[in-house]
Design a binder for this molecule. Structure first.
Ligand code: BEZ
Ligand code: FE
Length: 287
């Protein structure tokens, strides 16, 4: 029998996890064991710290639900989500860059027409986000599906309003034959990530800003192209340089032009001042 010591425990654990039936699981798990052991050695992890970490993970699981994704949030604030996005979406420099999905996407949003209002009945400055969806050669992509979602003017998403059971600030849009799309919404505001859970407990013990700059989320899943998960950020917004989830990219910062009452990009008209953001999404062919 080989006795377990501080010196051989890592090799023994690696050998066990090498027996995983799936080769990729074996690769991932053995690397995880090595890095976890190295980490514990490097910081000389105490038993009290180890149990505190286990309890933090427990709380993270306990607070998570269909409507709350605390583990995604943890991954986001550690920069892990954005690292995984960057490694897996090395797109052509001309293509629209990808960013994090975040914890607030809800599938199955209602289908809205060109210029359909996803902010139905909510107060805020009307915002039209419009432009085209194109391929790398500049050709329009017709019938592209854009899944769009955002926070309200208090910085809260639908899933953070427990009493709301209809779609709120989210919708599915499709491009017309010329690749054009038009989203009618309200201007988003910067907001704090949820700070009332274990992630907030950790972050509040640091000088990390817990805010995100004002943005609208987009998910484009179009046959023949790489799926694109991204956001558009408002030029000049607060927190662009300190986004708590590392999601901002210069290419995704767009000007929100302030417009006087009058004709709007959907062919209608606004009685009140409104804002206009123009952006062309460029999709990379599926490789
Ligand atoms: C979001 O933009 O919805 C988001 C992304 C990551 C963490 C928290 C919120
Ligand atoms: Fe968001």
């Amino acid at each position: 029998m080989e006795l377990v010591t501080e010196d051989n425990i890592t090799d023994l654990a690696v050998q066990r996890w090498q027996t995983a039936h799936d080769p990729r699981t074996a690769e991932v798990m053995t690397a995880l064991v090595r890095h976890l052991h190295d980490f514990a050695r490097e910081v000389r992890l105490t038993e009290a710290e180890w149990i505190a970490a286990v309890q933090w993970l427990n709380r993270t699981g306990q607070i998570s639900s269909e409507k709350r994704e605390e583990f995604i949030l943890a991954s986001d604030v550690l920069g892990l989500s954005m690292l995984v996005v960057q490694m897996n979406h090395r797109l052509d420099p001309a293509a629209t860059p990808a960013t994090v999905l975040g914890p607030f996407h809800i599938p199955g949003s209602p289908e809205l027409g060109f210029g359909g209002d996803m902010s139905d009945g909510l107060t805020g400055v009307p915002l039209y986000v419009h432009g085209h969806v194109r391929d790398l050669a500049g050709a329009p992509v017709p019938d592209a599906r854009l899944d769009v979602w955002q926070a309200d003017d208090e910085g809260l998403y639908e899933s953070q309003h427990p009493a709301v059971d209809e779609a709120r600030l989210r919708g599915i849009y499709r491009t017309r034959d010329d690749g054009s799309y038009c989203v009618r919404t309200i201007a988003p505001r910067g907001y704090s990530i949820p700070m009332d859970g274990p992630v907030g407990d950790l972050v509040s013990g640091t000088d990390i800003s817990h805010f995100r700059p004002a943005h609208v989320h987009f998910l484009l899943d179009v046959p023949g192209f790489e799926p694109l998960i991204t956001h558009l950020f408002q030029e000049g917004a607060e927190y662009l340089d300190s986004d708590v989830v590392f999601g901002t990219k210069q290419e995704l910062v767009v000007r929100f032009e302030q417009r006087e009452p009058g004709p709007t990009p959907d062919g209608g008209s606004s009685d009140v001042p409104w804002a206009e953001a123009r952006y062309d999404f460029v999709l990379q062919p599926r490789g």
